[in-house]
Design a protein around this ligand. Sequence first.
Ligand SMILES: Cc1cc2nc3c(=O)[nH]c(=O)nc-3n(C[C@H](O)[C@H](O)[C@H](O)COP(=O)(O)OP(=O)(O)OC[C@H]3O[C@@H](n4cnc5c(N)ncnc54)[C@H](O)[C@@H]3O)c2cc1C
Length: 401
Amino acid sequence: MGGGPAGLYFALLAKLGDPQHDITVFERSVHGPPRGLGVVFWGDLLKKLYQADPVSARQIEEAARPWDNQVVDLDGTKVLSAVSRSYGIKRQRLLDILSRRALDAGVHIEYGHDIATPSQLPEVDLIVACDGLNSRIRNQTEGLAADISVGSNKYIWLATDKVFESFTWPFVHTDSGWIWGNAYAVDNESSTFVVECPAETWKGLGFDAIPAQDCLPLLEKVFEHQLDGHQIFGQTPGQPPDETNIQWLNFRRLTNEHWYAGRTVLAGDAAHTTHFSIGSGTTLAIGDAIALADNMRRHADLKTALAAYEKERKAAILQAQIAARCSMQWFENVDRYVGLKPRQFSTVLRRRRSPLLPHLPPQLYYRLWLYPTSHELPAMRHMRKWIAPRIVKVYNRLTRS
Ligand SMILES: Cc1cc2nc3c(=O)[nH]c(=O)nc-3n(C[C@H](O)[C@H](O)[C@H](O)COP(=O)(O)OP(=O)(O)OC[C@H]3O[C@@H](n4cnc5c(N)ncnc54)[C@H](O)[C@@H]3O)c2cc1C
């Protein structure tokens, strides 16, 4: 269920693993899913893709656009820093590669099938629910115990015809408060542009009172210095500027106590979400697909395979879930950090996954951990030693909750 990265990649790997499997992907959209212009990923994903299926891995690497640095623009002051090699790829391109490869391997893909209830599906041995955050299959399957919490910031997933060569974080101060984005090129013509702000800023700028499409010119004005006269579009340029293409949302963080019940198993966003500011949802969805196909290959009994899959993936994604929670919290408290000097701000932004950061004054955190000479000064070393066990305590509390 669902022709996103999780559904397509699982279908492909399961079919490659055992050509006797009869696999059909049901996808509600007609021409492939339109959600989101592009996503980022890192070399670790490419490595996994090459191990699982070198053919599609090569195509994905060729279609992706790499970058090696990021720019933090704090209200006009830009700080450039080197980062480990990262990639942006058009989501549609990624899905085209996966669907083409799955079809060639013998998977059936039924586009235009909006499945409202599991009873609409044919009699099958296994339903893999990859139908995203709002998974209907999950919502109608008893015993999975989903838990959703809603973030306080507003965000909108957009695109622009400006090609951002570096991963760029523009932060802009307005009369209604701070608003920021993240932007990166996905090909030679366009970039993803995600905008986020606190609800008060969103209301103050009047976004609550206008139709979604009318916010585009307003956002072009807010980010005029970063856009250099370029335009902003809905998340999929060329689609009508309606609510499905341009939509302000609050991030929803999903966890499930159980990932399978009976003959239904969850994968990708249907099983878990991580805040978009760490750019990992697609990587985790593909990781689920790899692990599920692998466990099905290794265990003849389905229940044993599903139990092993759940155990393996829950452990594998824990770090990312903690990092995502810290990152989301960082962006919900941007006011705490904007008083730092631009270079300090940029450094602290990169350390936003630290569970300790919310518990220390940002200046102190910067001086103790990030100040260029902090590691050479005995007093700093002593202070860090005192704080370290407390970090572990915070970390343990987060991993248990
Ligand atoms: C603003 C934003 C930015 C992001 N940026 C990144 C990033 O940079 N890097 C990254 O790795 N991740 C990113 N993500 C997360 C990423 O998009 C998701 O984690 C990823 O798409 C999950 O893949 P999936 O296959 O599980 O679900 P989805 O991609 O959501 O796919 C689910 C599919 O199921 C289909 N479907 C749903 N309901 C039905 C139904 N009833 N019947 C039939 N089909 C159905 C949908 O049409 C869709 O095609 C971002 C998310 C957001 C919100």
